[in-house]
Design a binder for this molecule. Sequence first.
Ligand code: ADP
Length: 783
Amino acid sequence: MERTVKSKSNKKTENTNVFYTVALKGLVAFPKMILHFDVARDKTVASLEKALAGNEKIFLVTQRETHVEDPQINDLYKVGVVAEIKQVLKLPEHNIMKILVEGVYKANLVQLFDDGETIRAEVKRTPTYSRTKTDTVEIQALMRSIKDVFEKYVQFLPRMPKELISSIMIQDNPVKFFEDIVFNCHLNYRDKQDLLEEPNILNKLSILYACMSSEVEIMELESVITEQTRNNIDKGQREYFLREQLKAIQEQLGEDETEEVDDYVNSIMALKIDEKSRAKLLKETDRLSKLPSASQDAFVIKNYLDTVLELPWGKYTKAKISLEKAKEILEDDHYGLKKVKERILEFLAVHMINPDIKGQIICLAGPPGIGKTSIAKSIAKAMGREYVRVSLGGVRDEADIRGHRKTYVGAMPGRIITALEQAGSANPLILFDEIDKLCSDIKGDPSSAMLEVLDSEQNSAFRDHFIEVPFDLSKAVFITTANNVGDIPAPLLDRMELIELPSYTAEEKFHIAKNHLVPKQLKEHGLKGTQLKIQDNALNDIIAFYTKEAGVRSLERCIASLCRKGAKKIASGEAKRITIKAKDLQDWLGVRKYTSDLSSKENQTGVVNGLAWTSVGGVLMPLEVITLEGSGKIEVTGSLGDVMKESSKIAVSYVRSIADKYSIDKEFYKSNDLHIHAPEGAVPKDGPSAGVTMTTALVSALSGKKVRCDVAMTGEITLHGKVLPIGGLREKTMAAYKAGIKTVIIPADNKPDLDEVDDTVKNAIEFIFAENLTDVLDNALVD
Ligand code: ADP
């Protein structure tokens, strides 16, 4: 209900009304707008109470400046809104009123009455919008622009309801559009006041566009600044936090930077090292002291110094060699190997007489599993030195031997220095395993680095790229192993003393198994000899039917497997004592792996037992030839290498030259195709020593004469039928012996090599020494 001014002092002019008044701080009310705010000033609270009591509307007008507490007419804008009180909530203890109002119409402030208790205002109603066209193109364009800005604006206000946003975006009534935005967006109160005062909708919209654009700009800038500040704070805080943590950790560990450097200096001073190297190391500590302790460089230097300090500078194990003791150790650890042991004792004797002797490097050569590594261990034991093994198999990078410079990421010392660190003494026995498997490629030649290591002239100042200061290797003893002597780079081989370890006979294997491997495996599996027994004939069967090797590695694996299974049975209570018999082997180890050998059991035409030498030892290699009607082609199969293919051609030519003698059709090479095959086609074979075998097989196939199945042969041939000597006699004859061959034909020039052949083999086999192919054919063909 509107009321006219009654007070005498309050003059009322025409068309004006008087209302209790609320001066708004930083808020602007609009007609139709719902607004809620708190009222705390005494005069305003009293005014509102009066208005409420009289059920009257109120006048809302905005203060020009928000800080003014008791506004006079000049402190207020001239345009306000008459509003209806919708809801009031009193909070008496704070003397605050929360009120909800709705704007009704726009009014101009004419006069203000302040009686010291309440404020009232005389106001004159004024139209909210002037009467202008609202569907002009300008208005449409403006609305579009405002919508664009509004879209950006709402991105900064994630909590604005989606429905409201979409309803604004599709609104086409300019007045409603204007009100929706103004009522819901936070704009500066001065801008809002301008928007309220302006009656023309076009002008209103253009003011709105301007202030929204600037608002968006400000918000964009604000967000950039906030982001930057947050990043700065985050980074700074993170670093600060980590540093504090590090400090705390260092304190906890009792680490102090200066203390750390001092420790290094003290340790370096205590090292038994030459002065030049000491100076170099002290220089590093000096650099370290100047670096922040958590830096990458400091870490690199510390790692370097730690590694250098770990090395056994000037630490030597003292041990006297007693030949008696050494002999005992070698005998205890190894069965057989008589010659090898003798050579090693000689080597030890020399060391005993002259402990500083240089340049004695033994190379133990032979097939895998024949005890090279374990002999080296025994030598170390006999010499009282630490034992370390460095595997060289597949090493193709020089840095593997000599290390990477410490400035590389993840740099490490090479294998030699690592081995010394492991050994913990500067005079260990270092075993370089598989020196024949060193490879060289573009990354450098590791064998040249090995040369330096093994060369007694140079190794007293061995330089590792990582360690940088020289280390004296001259007191260490080096032993190398190789499977195939032919693959050792010649300059390396030159510096070494070769000791060849032969492959074992079945008897030797049996003794090794019974006296060494079985006790060793029982111990490793925590079994007592009374708990698990392997009968002798079972061991023999394992050797014959479950392994095929020059050494005893598979044999040891089979025994280990028996022990494992036995231990399981005993542990599970299935058995208390176990005896493994030959007939039970199938249950323990599965079906026999090698049931028959390849040698034929009856005399045949075109099948001859050859003997070959491979890295696993000697093997019996039967060769087959058949003749077929054809046009003189020679087919060679069974992975035969080039040298073997050439041998076949020599054999054919030779057979043509002696065709008459064996009643062979002279034209055979025109009317027949010849097929030569070596079984076990997947195993590559090469070398000239199959020459005699091929010729014999050819003559047999062409003449129809049978070949003795109990004869094996080896030898290279010339075109004129001479038989040339071959290598690996010991291994080859061993293979023949294992296959049950009675007679072996060997080149006459190999006669002196018979010394190396095992006595067991010599006793069991008759040797025929062939000068030429006639000798071979005479003995091999059945008349
Ligand atoms: P390699 O180094 O030649 O490959 P290892 O030294 O590794 O062979 O030998 C394999 C296993 O055979 C080891 O357990 C070793 O003790 C054993 N061995 C080899 N030869 C003998 C032997 N003559 N006497 C006793 N044990 C042996």
